[in-house]
Design a protein around this ligand. Structure first.
Ligand code: HEC
Length: 293
């Protein structure tokens, strides 16, 4: 009897090699969810050493052990979704279009090896690990700085932000060439990972920019422009987290467009005034199934 118990115990241990306490990456595709541990990722045959000359999070050249994201996704059941949501542990969520993942820039999941820990991120007391999405040839896909999510928890098939949150759309009456329309796209890539708009979105790393009071009500256009370029130029404190956006990531035209968008959405939400419930936690559900560690 004892012998059988021992055998069962050994079998259980063998089935989960060194998994206890190990970081895992969660991948949801085709309606199923799988978890891959750090050691499983490092042991893959397609794990490689990848160097990036302009690392987005570290702001300098970096070299990593990494596995190709495309292969990781291709091994899962197929998904018809146009977007893959990359979720980080701090509530940052980047919606990556499939066309970007399968395009000319090449995405890799970098893995922090226990024996070779990565340095702390600039100005922070943590590294980009245990998992970090990096890109080779990011310029070929116009990959934005916010499409390099670090402290990754996992990837999940998702509808595009515009499909998931109709509230993000600009008023249908805005002309086709209205800057606010361009601003909506700029916002979805660069701001939505951290900021929601009246509850639309799932990023919680930064404040909602429309509720309870729209940011454009208490920031001037010049103040907003300065803040987006370099938040510390507007005000500064030790725990400040928002990254600045250089002109090669968000051009001057895009900067004006995103401000036009914030203004248009504030006008829209004011117009729908009594119909909305600004004090209600509009995104309560998303907050609760948020992955935080
Ligand atoms: C990585 C997360 C992140 C991204 C991406 C980000 N922000 Fe922020 N943002 C923050 C955080 C966090 C704050 C709160 C202040 C701080 O800690 O820096 C903030 C503050 C702000 C504020 C000031 C709000 C207030 O009431 O003081 C504005 C306006 C703003 N962000 C706009 C933007 C815009 C526009 C973009 C896109 C171009 C953007 N942010 C992208 C994280 C982010």
């Amino acid at each position: 009897m004892r012998c059988i118990l021992l055998l069962l115990l050994l079998a259980a241990l063998a089935a989960s090699p060194a998994r206890a306490g190990e970081p895992v990456l969660t991948i949801t595709m085709g309606g199923t969810t799988a978890q891959v541990s750090r050691s499983e990722l490092l042991a893959r045959r397609d794990a490689a050493t990848v160097s990036v000359p302009h690392d987005s999070a570290y702001g300098r050249p970096m070299t990593y052990r990494a596995v190709p994201l495309r292969a990781l996704l291709a091994e899962r059941p197929p998904s018809a979704a146009d977007t893959i949501a990359a979720r980080a542990m701090d509530g940052f969520v980047s919606h990556l279009p499939r066309s970007l993942i399968d395009g000319a820039a090449v995405p890799w999941v970098a893995i922090e090896e226990p024996a070779h820990p990565w340095p702390n991120l600039p100005g922070q007391s943590v590294s980009a690990g245990p998992f970090y999405l990096i890109w080779q040839h990011p310029e070929r896909g116009h990959v934005s700085s916010e499409q390099w999510p670090y402290a990754l928890a996992g990837f999940a098939e998702a509808a595009t932000p515009a499909q998931r949150w109709p509230g993000l759309a600009v008023d249908a009456l805005e002309p086709a060439d209205a800057p606010a329309r361009r601003g909506q796209a700029v916002f979805a890539v660069n701001c939505l990972p951290c900021h929601r708009l009246a509850g639309s979105g799932e990023g919680v790393a930064g404040p909602d920019l429309l509720q309870p009071m729209p940011a454009v009500t208490y920031f001037t256009a010049a103040g907003l422009r300065a803040l987006i370029r370099n938040p510390a130029a507007v005000r500064t404190w030790p725990a400040q987290r928002m990254p600045g956006f250089a002109a090669d990531v968000v051009s001057d035209t895009d900067l004006d467009a995103v401000i036009a968008y914030l203004r248009a959405q504030a006008t829209r939400s004011a117009a729908s005034g009594a119909a909305s419930h600004p004090t209600e936690p509009a995104n309560g559900k998303n907050l609760s199934d948020q992955t935080t560690r």
